[in-house]
Write a protein that binds this ligand. Structure first.
Ligand SMILES: Cc1cc2nc3c(=O)[nH]c(=O)nc-3n(C[C@H](O)[C@H](O)[C@H](O)COP(=O)(O)OP(=O)(O)OC[C@H]3O[C@@H](n4cnc5c(N)ncnc54)[C@H](O)[C@@H]3O)c2cc1C
Length: 408
């Protein structure tokens, strides 16, 4: 098959789309300013760019924080693909017991029943041994399951290596404008531009940015739950009197241990716009919701000099207590750094094709806080659009089967 496809975007969406298309026999070129195979680096000013979202995911495979058409198909396809990656053993994907905990009674989320090992906590709020709880006697409600987890440093290395081994052509072009892209000869252009995706050809649909401030504890080993012996993670929603967003809306903290440290989240502060240059040579300025409570200042990861980031204090105090009770380790004994990343959340994920100046452009962006979770299913949807465009007959099931066989 001779059709050449140009992909704009070197984050998880771009590289996964590239892998899927390469596995189907297309020749792809991937153009990007940022590349997931690169690490945060103090000598490269764009390397701690908060809009390059793939750099900040932990990443759990849980379908929350994004709206998408055919949600159930995406969830099941995603679970099937991540199971193939987990079984390989070299992709940096594992499963771990994940707890979604609330200090008030909560309806179980619609996705939860589909998750392997799904289990609901007692409705009396008493919890169970091994469940995260910030203090004795605090009621806990919620559920747990075996979550797929992409250990991002290892997973990004796996994806970038696989794309290149499959013959994909990586071109670190810097920021391309529309004229440059339109001058390229290719059957199709796929827009996996993340937060920049809407700026290329415009977008009538509304979207927003959700700011995540994170702490990394530079710990060596991955800890175990001292009661169950399992590797585990959590999203914990304390009472709003303990930690909340503006106007008293509930906030959560989270914990994901990884090979390069333990990720302690976080914030979900919202804004409809950012200021700063699109080409990302200047750090954008946050213009939206802010945290008004006490902060702790920690060194900003990947920055030169001694730039510090103000981290809401509850991210540290709550996680510290939860982790200490869960694992017996005090994160205050470990070196801590901070980072901030912006989730680009469109009203619904954009997965469609359109014609621009006589050229076919396919869009794959706006995944909010679930872009890793949705990366394989969205790439398969894009592949279906590309197959339709070039007149190759292939439905979603057929494409998914080929991709799973290629990844196994
Ligand atoms: C704090 C935080 C925590 C998260 N946690 C999770 C999680 O646990 N699980 C999960 O599933 N998701 C999570 N996410 C969401 C996930 O990280 C994103 O949805 C996902 O990484 C988006 O990937 P992307 O490839 O679409 O965009 P990006 O990673 O932002 O990549 C966009 C790419 O496009 C390139 N680009 C754009 N325009 C141009 C242009 N004109 N020319 C050249 N290059 C261009 C950029 O250089 C970049 O390479 C989290 C996000 C944040 C911020």
């Amino acid at each position: 098959m001779a059709a050449e496809v140009v992909i704009v975007g070197g984050g998880v969406s771009g590289v996964t789309t590239g892998i899927v298309l390469q596995l189907l026999g297309y020749q792809t070129r991937l153009l990007c300013q940022h590349w997931i195979g690169d690490t945060l680096n103090a000598t490269r000013p764009d390397s701690c760019e908060p809009r390059f979202a793939s750099q900040y995911a932990a990443a759990s495979v849980i379908p929350h924080s994004a709206a998408i058409t055919d949600e159930s198909w995406h969830l099941h396809a995603s679970l099937r693909l991540f199971e193939v990656l987990r079984s390989r053993g070299d992709a940096g994907v594992r499963t771990q017991r994940h707890y979604e905990i609330f200090e008030w009674p909560q309806l179980v989320a619609s996705y939860a029943e589909a998750m392997p090992g799904y289990h609901v906590l007692p409705v009396n709020g008493k919890g169970e041994p091994g469940v995260p709880r910030r203090a004795d006697g605090v009621p806990v409600y919620g559920w747990s399951f075996q979550a797929y987890f992409a250990d991002m440093p290892r997973y990004c290395e796996f994806l970038s290596g696989l794309y290149c081994r499959l013959g994909g052509k990586l071109e670190k072009t810097g920021f391309c404008d529309v004229d440059t892209l339109m001058a390229i000869r290719a059957s199709v252009i796929v827009n996996c531009g993340g937060a920049w995706g809407r700026t290329l050809w415009g977008d009538a649909c509304s979207s927003r940015y959700v700011r995540g401030i994170l702490v990394r504890a530079h710990a060596g080993d991955i800890p175990r739950n001292q009661t169950t012996g399992e590797i585990c993670s959590y999203n914990y929603h304390p009472a709003v009197s303990v930690y909340c967003r503006s106007r008293g809306r509930p906030a959560d903290v989270y914990f994901y241990p990884r090979s390069d440290g333990w990720i302690l989240g976080g914030t979900r502060l919202e804004s409809t716009e950012l200021s700063g240059s699109e080409a990302s040579d200047v750090r954008p300025v946050w213009q939206g919701e802010t945290w008004r409570g006490p902060v702790v200042r920690l060194p900003l990861e990947g920055s030169e000099d001694r730039v510090e980031l103000a981290v809401p204090e509850p991210i540290l105090t709550l996680n510290r207590e939860l982790i200490r009770r869960l694992t017996g380790v005090d994160v205050n004994d470990i070196r801590l750094t901070a980072a901030e990343g912006f989730r680009h959340q469109r009203q619904t994920v954009r997965l469609e094709s359109e014609t621009q100046h006589g050229r076919s452009v396919m869009h794959n962006y706006g995944h909010g806080g679930a872009g890793i979770t949705l990366s394989w299913s969205c790439a398969i949807k894009v592949a279906e659009l590309v197959c339709d465009h070039v007149g190759a007959c292939a439905d979603l099931r057929h494409i998914e089967t080929q991709v799973r066989a290629g990844l196994a």
